[in-house]
Write a protein that binds this ligand. Sequence first.
Ligand SMILES: C[S@@+](CC[C@H](N)C(=O)[O-])C[C@H]1O[C@@H](n2cnc3c(N)ncnc32)[C@H](O)[C@@H]1O
Length: 340
Amino acid sequence: MSVNWYKNLMSTDLRGRVLLPWRQETFPVDWQQEFASSAPLHLEVGFGDGRFTLRRALENPTESFVGLEISSASLQRGWKKIRNHDLRNVRLIKLGAQFAVQHLFAPQSLSSIVVNFPDPWPKEKHEKNRLLQDSFFKLAASRLKPGGSINLATDHPEYLAFARAQSQLSGLYDLLEPSPPQAVFETKYALKWKDQGKPLYYQVFRYNGLASPHFPILERPATMPHALIQGQLPETFDFSKQVLAYGDGHVILHEVLKSMGSDDETPAQEKWLFRATIDEKDLKQQLLVVVKRRSPDELIVRLEPFGDPVITKTTRGAVHAVTEWLLSLPAGIKVLERNY
Ligand SMILES: C[S@@+](CC[C@H](N)C(=O)[O-])C[C@H]1O[C@@H](n2cnc3c(N)ncnc32)[C@H](O)[C@@H]1O
């Protein structure tokens, strides 16, 4: 897939704003401002090709709809479907449901969460990957309005039974079986399973309004996490992949790249970039940590803003991992300050 579609997508989107650049948003997103409306707000997890999202947004022009996808191909398909309709009441986001629900939505902000034909993860050892499990039901209850609901459509009786059982563990949901809205059984996957003669199921989990656990929303730090170190880096050094457990996840340092140019502050050859992956349960990020000279004797180790990283505990660990690795060099480096 070419990079151009994504560039086009971003530039057109900023005019019509179907796609939300969530990394640049405040947490939680101010949806009333985003949609210029205080109408009911609905979330759809895994919109696939977006036909259900489009149909609902067209049929309910006074309500607001947010769609989540983790697949870039689906995001592109959904965006292509929606972009020509001049709709103001839909936003699409490329992000997993667990992170999005916790950090992009304020408590009691959602009227419904729609999950049409979620990946069933049929093997018992993969059940932990299913979306509709106790932990998600609790998280969702903390963001739904009392009386709001999670609406599930599935072809998978085991998934249905699993979700029903999991929903009852917290005591926060009532089970309802209304007849499904027509569009639910006309999604791409609904039609595929119908063609194969599979029965389709529809289940509503209504939040009863009892107190749900607290799920904190990430705060954005005012400055990028960094450390100040004293000393000289050697001209060359060996580097091999580093993996460090930090916070609730792992930091993987893949490689170090030496800059060939200078910037406003740093002379040429005095800047190194560490390419890192931050692997957390609900979010995986690629980012850069820079090490660069600030004065004849002082270097800064800092997360680069490139790529708009979201600063989580484990993201801060990237600065820690690089700092510790530099300390392990036989160069007599000292830490002056840790600010991460
Ligand atoms: C089986 S497809 C169903 C697509 C669509 N709802 C339909 O009915 O045609 C499941 C979709 O959920 C997406 N998905 C899986 N896990 C997700 C998550 N945690 N957050 C958001 N989307 C997810 C997948 O990328 C996939 O497109």
